[in-house]
Write a protein that binds this ligand. Structure first.
Ligand code: HPA
Length: 293
């Protein structure tokens, strides 16, 4: 069932997709997880899975990037009912912002309350090492500053308010649970916190751009996440963002280093297990938190 880009984000279209899914799984997920490049293993860890290929779900976009599988999985992690996107959508694939963020609105209509979003990112902060996991404290959307925003256009109040707040985009309680999880798992040596900056891609950044982003206060740079976070906050989902630092950006004209997708995927795989353990542990804590009176 094809769907025009501008219609894709409409309440009626999102509802049709949510109802189609609801009719095919008894799971009522509380947390949605978006698996970034090479991080799809998280979805495999779900128990009692039901999987849907994106191409079989009405109105769902298709992902076109190597390392992104293209499946929506429902299941349970540490007692918490979850839905996982194994493969996400990016603007650089040619998708409209409404397409990139379409699944978030479907999750909202499915009753999801929390969004955990993971990505691969380049490290701008000189203290960061390849393989670090950065908890996103805030973001910079140069895209947004330039007027590209998934919430542009008529506002449907059934999703949220016209002017959503973004100073609280990343939920303090989830961030606290992430910090505690890192401590309990002994992951402090490779967990960091910082500001994620979205650039549209698909080109990796120039040296001058990386220096600019550093001067702006960004700690990591990537090509995803921010549109989904904006739409999630608009409809009231709580967000936790995790960036896996897969490379250090090139900052010197004398450097022989070059960012490349193969390296990004290789490092994702190396750290995928820890990231998976971190998210699973955190979900267990979240489940305890919400289960206790
Ligand atoms: N830049 C942009 N996106 C990325 C990078 C990078 O260096 N690494 C992984 N995703």
């Amino acid at each position: 069932m094809a769907c025009a880009e501008e219609e894709r984000c409409s309440y009626e279209v999102c509802k049709e997709t949510a109802e189609w899914l609801r009719a095919r799984t008894a799971r009522r997920p509380r947390t949605a997880i978006i698996c970034g490049s090479g991080l799809g293993g998280l979805a495999d860890a779900l128990e009692d899975k039901t999987a849907f290929a994106y191409e079989d779900i009405p109105h769902f976009p298709r992902s076109t990037v190597a390392g992104h599988a293209g499946r929506l999985l429902f299941g349970v992690l540490k007692g918490q009912p979850c839905v996982c996107m194994q493969g996400r959508f990016h603007g650089y694939e040619g998708h409209a912002a409404s397409t990139v963020t379409f699944p978030i609105r479907v999750f909202f209509l499915l009753g999801v309350e929390n969004l955990i979003v993971t990505n691969a990112a380049g490290g701008l902060n000189p203290q960061f090492q390849v393989g670090d996991i950065m908890f996103i404290r805030d973001h910079i959307s140069l895209f947004g500053v330039a007027g590209h925003n998934p919430l542009r256009g008529p506002n449907d109040e059934r999703f949220g308010a016209r002017f959503p707040c973004m100073s609280d985009a990343y939920d303090q309680e989830l961030l606290g649970l992430a910090r505690e999880s890192a401590q309990e798992l002994g992951f402090q040596s490779f967990t960091r916190e910082g500001v994620y900056c979205l650039l549209p891609g698909p080109c990796y950044e120039t040296i001058a751009e990386c220096r600019l982003l550093q001067a702006l206060g960004a700690d990591a740079v990537g090509m995803s996440t921010v549109p989904e976070v904006m739409v999630a906050r608009h409809c009231g989902l709580r967000v936790l963002g995790l960036s896996l630092i897969t490379n250090k950006v090139v900052l010197s004209y004398n450097s022989q280093e070059k960012a490349n997708h193969e390296e990004v995927l290789r490092i994702s795989v190396v750290r995928a297990e820890e990231l998976q353990r971190l998210v699973t542990h955190l979900l267990g804590k979240l489940q305890e938190h919400t289960a206790s009176p």
